[in-house]
Structure formats: C-alpha cells, structure tokens
Design a protein around this ligand. Structure first.
Ligand code: ADP
Ligand code: MG
Length: 255
C-alpha cells in the first residue's frame, strides 16, 4: 500500500538488446525526498535503467512500482502522469521558444492548445493560462532563471539550459525526477550551482535519481549511491562507502 511502501521500488529489472544484457536483475528503492545517485563506467547500463524507469523501454523482466502502484511497461506519458519526470543526457529544449514557453510546454495539457490560440479560448481557459503562467514563473524562480524568462532558450548558457530542462520537468508535478548526467558538459562553477539546485529540490520534497560521473557532486548531494557495472549492481551504500569500494575503483580504472 501507499503508506508503507517506499516511493519507488524496482525489483529484478532486466533489459536485453538482442543477446546483450544491458541491465540484469537490478533492484532499486528510493524513498520520498531522497537523492539516489547511479554511477558506473560507460556502458554500465545507467541510461538504460533510467529509460526502463520512465517507460522509454519496456523491461524484459522484473517490476517497477511507484507509490505502491505497478508502472512496469507503461508508456512514457503515463509514467509522467503517475509522477515520474526526467531529463536527458542532452537537453531537449525548444531553442527558438522563450524560456517561459519551454516551461509551459512541460505542463500536461498545453500541447493541445497553442499559445496563439489564446484569443479563441473561453474565460475558463484564460484563468487556467494565467494560473499556469504563474506556476511556470514560480518554477523558473525555483531554478534561478527568473531574470531569463523572456530570452530564447537557445540564448542561455549551457548550465542555464540544464536548469531550464529541470524547470520544465517540474511542470509535470512529479514526485520523482530522473536526471541522466545533468552535469555533463558543465563548467566547474556551473556544476557547483547544479549541486545547489538539486539540494534545494530535495529540500522542497522532490525525490531524485541522478545518473552522474562527477564524483564530487555525487559525494556532496547523494543520500544513497548505486554503482552499476556491465548491467549489474556492483556496490550500494552511502557515498563514502561506495566511492571507497575497491570494486568500484577498479571498475572505473578498468575502462
Ligand atoms: P551507460 O548509460 O551506463 O553508459 P547505457 O545504458 O547507455 O550505458 O548502455 C548499456 C549497454 O547497452 C551498452 O553496451 C550499450 O551499447 C547498450 N545499449 C544501450 N541502448 C541500446 C539500444 N537501444 N540498442 C542496443 N544496445 C543498446
Ligand atoms: Mg548513459
């Protein structure tokens, strides 16, 4: 049931691509408001795990439960509606649209009613649009983008594009956000800012799964760390435990 069960419970999840076991027999549990980092060398199966969690791939085996409800094999939009949002290894933004419109695009309904059609809408839609706009502005403030609201997304520095992608993910009102290598391509100062942002999301009650290579960032933000290698669990524990595990160190050195 909802009360007793952790937010996310993956059990025995596997994914085969032809003969390749990209993910094999993985368990993962994430509690409400927790940051769970997933690390491991290239090809370990981290992105595949994120895709299995968010409905991009259907598992070959195993089950995924979210808030006590089976979400295994659901389509991505249904997983999103259940409360799991995600960001990608490469930001997926509308570069010619404004920062604000990129966040509005993250609300579940906006796709059906283009903004130019606002004039044709009944009064209830005006009210809803005003509410969505206020909510989008609140989310932009949360990720530190208030002063960039009217810029085009493509004009933002890369680090801010990451923050915008997170704001858009928040628009779907998730309980859990899955971020695939959010610090990839960021400068050191931007990575530190990203760490601040992820900690503030946790403080607002969001749970996060963060696939990440930057060990300083992982050590700073994660409550729990899972290290994968060749599709399997290699080590799990606190950042201190996992980052000092000999198996983890040699898995990274072996590449
Ligand atoms: P990571 O994100 O840890 O670098 P991935 O999950 O991207 O690893 O990949 C794990 C393994 O699965 C790799 O060997 C990769 O080549 C393979 N793989 C990932 N996606 C696909 C796919 N769509 N089709 C075939 N093989 C894939
Ligand atoms: Mg990856």
């Amino acid at each position: 049931g909802r009360a007793g069960e952790p937010l996310l419970v993956m059990r025995g999840v596997g994914k085969n691509f032809g003969g390749l076991k990209a993910v094999a027999d993985m368990d993962l549990t994430v509690g409400r408001g927790q940051i769970h980092a997933v690390i491991g060398p290239n090809g370990a199966g981290k992105s595949t795990l994120a895709n299995l969690l968010t409905g991009v791939y259907k598992p070959s085996s195993g089950s995924v439960r979210f808030e006590g409800r089976e979400i295994t094999g659901l389509a991505p939009h249904k997983v999103a509606r259940a409360g799991v949002a995600r960001t990608f290894q490469t930001p997926q933004l509308f570069h010619d649209a404004t920062v604000l419109d990129n966040v509005l695009a993250g609300f579940p309904d906006t796709g059906r009613t283009p903004l130019w059609a606002a004039a044709l809408k009944p009064p209830s839609r005006y009210r809803r649009d005003a509410e969505m706009r206020a909510e989008a502005e609140r989310l932009l403030n949360l990720v530190g983008l208030t002063e960039f609201t009217r810029l085009r997304a493509g004009e933002l520095p890369y680090g801010k594009q990451r923050a915008l992608e997170i704001a858009r993910a928040l628009a779907s009102q998730p309980e859990l956000i899955v971020l695939d290598e959010p610090a990839a391509g960021l400068l050191a100062t931007e990575t530190a800012g990203l760490g601040d942002l992820l900690l503030s999301l946790r403080a607002h009650g969001y749970a996060l799964i963060v696939v990440e290579h930057h060990m300083d960032l992982v050590a700073r933000i994660a409550d729990q760390v899972t290290c994968m290698d060749q599709g399997r669990l290699l080590s799990r524990g606190t950042p201190q435990q996992v980052l000092s595990d000999e198996g983890v160190v040699s898995a990274y050195l072996g590449k």
